[in-house]
Design a protein around this ligand. Structure first.
Ligand code: NAD
Length: 261
């Protein structure tokens, strides 16, 4: 049995992954704002630092794997774009960098980062925002979104997931990650019926877009089934999976981009 860290373990897909790993006999260190082994606010540098340290202390040895599921959807509110970029991008990258040595110590560790099919289905996501995130500059990323007004958080969300996927694919093949035996991959869900999606469905400004979004297979995904994919990506079956972004989205990505290669 192994030791796994799961961020966003208090709700939705992260909660399902944590439950499945625990049921399989593994030790899980959950990280979230509440109801978790490690309580931390991943929207601030100090919160991320304390999460890194507390997990390393709790593990007190190699980390078999990490599942980065904490995240915020597009949503609303004045500070929303900042929260989205802080948690969805820096709340992945800074944590993984902090845990890398402990993952390497496990010899064949596996990491699953939650991306989204927003990465390929949201039109005209500003390149400047993505580049600013990849450069580690939150303020520049947020300035680049100023003119978007109410659409800002939608762009912040897609940009955060594109940037984090880009980071996963670039780092995955490097000596620091692949060279240390760490399999770094991303899972890109479509609309999955979790509290995050329920918040969007309850919002008068967002629910129409969610309802009208083309899903060829129909309906919404089930969180437990996405968790099964994440657990599979942590299993021995995934030993040769490295730097992949796996879309599990009812066909939306294929519908929009069948010929994009
Ligand atoms: P969820 O809202 O059910 O769970 C997300 C968890 O992240 C919550 O427990 C929340 O407390 C935690 N979190 C949020 N901000 C945090 C912070 N500042 N510090 C620590 N923890 C924080 O969401 P979900 O739908 O299970 O989403 C899981 C992941 O999947 C997210 O990264 C999300 O962007 C992604 N995703 C979701 C969908 C969907 O349709 N549900 C689609 C694509 C991608």
């Amino acid at each position: 049995s192994g030791v796994y860290v799961v961020t966003g373990s208090a709700s939705g897909m992260g909660k399902e992954v944590a439950a499945k790993l625990t049921a399989a006999g593994h030790r899980v260190i959950g990280v979230d704002l509440r109801d978790a082994d490690v309580i931390a606010d991943l929207s601030t540098p100090a919160g991320r630092q304390s999460a890194v340290a507390a997990v390393l202390t709790a593990a007190s040895g190699p980390l078999t794997g990490a599942i980065l599921a904490a995240g915020l959807g597009p949503g609303e509110g004045r500070n929303r774009s900042r929260l989205i970029t802080e948690v969805n991008y820096f709340g992945v990258v800074e944590l993984l960098e902090g845990w890398r040595t402990s993952l390497a110590a496990a010899q064949d560790a596996k990491v699953v980062v939650f991306s989204s099919n927003s990465t390929t289905t949201v039109p005209a996501v500003p390149r400047r925002t993505i580049n600013a995130l990849l450069a580690g500059d939150t303020d520049r990323a947020l300035r680049s979104l100023r003119m978007y007004g109410r659409v800002g958080p939608v762009m912040a969300y897609a940009a955060s997931k594109i940037a984090v996927s880009h980071w996963v694919r670039r780092q995955a093949t490097s000596p620091k990650w692949a060279g240390a035996g760490i399999r770094l991959n991303a899972l890109a869900p479509g609309a999955i019926l979790t509290p995050l999606l329920e918040e969007q469905l309850a919002s008068p400004t967002e629910s129409g877009a969610v309802q009208r979004f083309p899903v060829p297979i129909g309906g919404f995904g089930e969180p437990g089934k996405l968790a099964d994919w994440a657990v599979f990506m942590l299993s021995d079956a995934a030993d040769f999976l490295c730097g992949s972004v796996i879309f599990v989205d009812g066909g939306s990505d294929a519908y929009f981009r069948a010929g994009d290669w």
